[in-house]
Each structure stands twice: as C-alpha cells, then as structure tokens.
Design a protein around this ligand. Sequence first.
Ligand code: C2E
Ligand code: CA
Ligand code: CA
Ligand code: CA
Length: 279
Amino acid sequence: IKTRKSSGLCFFDPQMQVEIHQRVRMEEDLRVAMAQSQFELHYQPQFTLAGEVIGAEALLRWRHPERGLVPPGMFIAVAEESEIIVPLGMWVLRTACEQLARWQKDARLSQLQVSVNVSARQFRHKDFATRVVEVLRETGISPQRLKLELTESVVIENVEQAIATMKQLRALGLCFSMDDFGTGQSSLTYLTRLPLSQLKIDQSFIRNMGHRHTDDVIVQTIIGMARNLNLEVIAEGVETQEQRAMLASYGCAYFQGYLFSPPVPLHAFEQLLARVPVR
Ligand code: C2E
Ligand code: CA
Ligand code: CA
Ligand code: CA
C-alpha cells in the first residue's frame, strides 16, 4: 500500500481506511434502520427510597436484522458525527412522548416521568426547541412529565445559547437533568446559571463508593450541593444494597440501576409497573 504524505497527514494508512469504510457503512446502515423502523426504546425504572417507581429513562436500542440488539455505545457516536442524530433523536423524543400520552390516560400511571437523552448536535440544532414544541402539541402530554438529560458537553460549547434554549423550554414546563454529573470540565459558576431541576450522579462515582474514599466524598458533595441549589438528585448505576444504603444515608432521594432493574422493553416495563407501587 502506497503512503502519500500531505501536510503531515497520512492518507493511505490502511487502518484508517478500514475505519472510514466501516463508518460509511454504519452511516448507511443507520439510514436504512431509520427507514425500516429498526429502533426501539427500552425503559429503565427510577425509584424513590421507599421503593415507588417515579418514571423511567428511555434508552435507545437498535434491533439489527442480523446483529441482534445493538446498544447505543456502538452507534451513537457515528449518528452524532453524521447528523443522523437529529432525526433519530426526534424519533426518540416523539416515541417517549407518545408513550407518556398513553400512560397519562391511566389514573395510576398519569404521574410517571420519562427522561430522554439529548445529544449535543441535536440540542444545538437551530430548530430543536421548535420541534420539541411540535411534539408536545401533537402528543398532548403535560410537559412537566418530560425530562431532558443533557451532559456538560452539550452546554459547554456555547453556554449563553444553551441557557437561552433551556429557558425557552423550561417556560413550557419541561425539566432538565444534568447527566453524568461530576465527569465534565464545567465550572460551578455556570452550572448554577443553568435552569436545571436535577443532577444525575455519574455511575463511575457510584461504582467505587465504599472502596475509594475520594468517590465517597464526591458523591456526598454532589448531594449536598444539589440540596443547597434546590435540585433533585438521582444516582445512576446503583448495583448493590451497600451502594443504595450509603446513598440513602447521604440524602440521595432517587435511584436507578441494575439493583432495581436493567433497561427493559416496553412490555416488561409495564409488567413491572403492574407489580410495584407507583408514585
Ligand atoms: P447514559 O445516559 O449515561 O445511560 C446510562 C447507561 O448505563 C445505559 O447504558 C444503562 O443501560 C447503563 N446502566 C444502567 N444501570 C446500570 C448499572 O447498574 N450498572 C451499569 N454498569 N450500567 C448501568 P446504555 O443504554 O448502553 O446507553 C449508553 C449511553 O448511550 C447513554 O449513557 C447515553 O449517553 C447514550 N444514549 C442512550 N440512549 C440515547 C438516546 O436516545 N439519545 C442519545 N443522544 N443518547 C443515548
Ligand atoms: Ca442518561
Ligand atoms: Ca448517565
Ligand atoms: Ca454515561
């Protein structure tokens, strides 16, 4: 294989070519998957300390005809880079809202909340807020039941713009959660300016609780900070009773993780709702 160098870049690096090829194929596959409705949402329940379900996080899955169920870690990055995330993210939002609308007709489930992940590309798209408003109108859900999970990277690039978009949607009643909280590079000064209603403690801190002192301190600090800022706090990736008990002793109010349930398809989530108390 010939290697041509131009401005220090190596164009025919075979490894790179394989990667580019795979990426292009993945993009094509994603477009086909959209057209053929191969995506589905799984729901991971969120619980109070008393064991009531308050709602779920909607997590995207790709039901590939040959490869089976593909987790988002395998395709979200390509979807982001190719902008497919914009229509795909809207599909996620619409599907979650349609589901919320169905639950809202059931008196027992009408208070359920759904959290939806929003990626940076999607959030920064100029039509994002307008499209969210459209989905709210078309599905008729109470916006209070919908939570958008943003990561710090979504906000950090253009803080003023992000605040403006968040405020616009907040005024309609939507809530925002800061996902993977504690892992980003953001400064506390601007975090306090964001119209958030929830902090979600990243699972990397939960994992080593009780074993690594610094993580105990970080988790306690986040919970204390949330309390002082009047924000809800939820822990993700809770896998053991020990973690649950420590989080509870620090004052964490909401829990999500394999200890309670993995993300499950809709029918399994509805079966779970039928046998546990719902707030
Ligand atoms: P995330 O938003 O931080 O979601 C939490 C991830 O942790 C999920 O992985 C979930 O299945 C997993 N998880 C839940 N409980 C536990 C636990 O107790 N232990 C461990 N080790 N893991 C747990 P998943 O579903 O593979 O999603 C990975 C990431 O993909 C998400 O991370 C999110 O960043 C992204 N993602 C998922 N769905 C969407 C979507 O609809 N749109 C966008 N933009 N991103 C999505
Ligand atoms: Ca999330
Ligand atoms: Ca997370
Ligand atoms: Ca994460």
